[in-house]
Design a protein around this ligand. Structure first.
Ligand code: CA2
Length: 148
C-alpha cells in the first residue's frame, strides 16, 4: 500500500473562507476528506499537512524520507520563490506531483515560473480542488508503473 504525503502551503488554510471567486468554496478540511475517500478507493494511504511557514514545510518534506512513497504538494506562493522547497524535494528523491487550484499560467506573469516543476514528476493546475484528486491519481499511477 503506497503511503502518500499531501502538503498544502501558505494561506491554503483560508480556503473556502476568503476569495471564493479565485480559489473556490471548498475548505481545506473538505479537500482533505475528499482525498482520504479517493485514497481508500485507490488502496493507498494519505496524510495531510498544511503550514504557512517555509521551514515547517521543509521539515515535513524531510520527514517523508523512508516513511512515504510519494508526495502531492501545493506549495502556494512558495512555488514561485522557494529554492529551499525545491532542494528538499530533490533531496528526499520521492516522486512528487505539484498541484494548483488555479491555472497559474493564465494569471500574473510572476506565477508562471515554478521552482518546483523541474523536480516534480508533473504539474496539474486549473481544476480547483479537482487538481488535488487528479494529482493523487496521477501519482498512484506513476508509482504503480515505476515501483509495482
Ligand atoms: O492556485 C494555487 O493553488 C496557488 O498555489 C495558490 C496560491 C498562489 O500564490 C499560487 O500562485 C497558486 C495562493 C493560495 C492562497 O490561498 C487563499 C485561499 C483563500 C483565500 C485567500 C488565499
Amino acid at each position: 500500500m503506497y503511503r502518500i504525503q499531501i502538503i498544502h502551503g501558505p494561506n491554503l488554510n483560508l480556503l473556502g473562507l476568503r476569495e471564493p471567486g479565485i480559489y473556490g468554496t471548498q475548505t481545506l478540511a473538505s479537500i482533505n476528506e475528499m482525498l482520504t475517500t479517493e485514497a481508500k478507493s485507490l488502496g493507498v494511504t494519505v496524510e495531510a499537512f498544511q503550514s504557512n511557514s517555509e521551514g515547517a514545510l521543509v521539515d515535513c518534506l524531510q520527514a517523508t524520507f523512508g516513511q512515504k512513497d510519494g508526495i502531492v504538494i501545493n506549495p502556494g506562493a512558495y512555488t514561485h520563490t522557494s529554492v529551499a522547497l525545491r532542494d528538499a524535494i530533490a533531496a528526499v528523491g520521492l516522486p512528487t506531483v505539484e498541484v494548483h487550484l488555479s491555472n497559474i499560467h493564465k494569471r500574473e506573469e510572476f506565477r508562471h515560473h515554478s521552482y518546483i516543476a523541474p523536480v516534480a514528476v508533473g504539474q496539474i493546475c486549473g481544476f480547483g480542488a479537482e487538481s488535488y484528486r487528479l494529482g493523487l491519481r496521477a501519482l498512484v499511477q506513476h508509482l504503480q508503473t515505476t515501483q509495482p
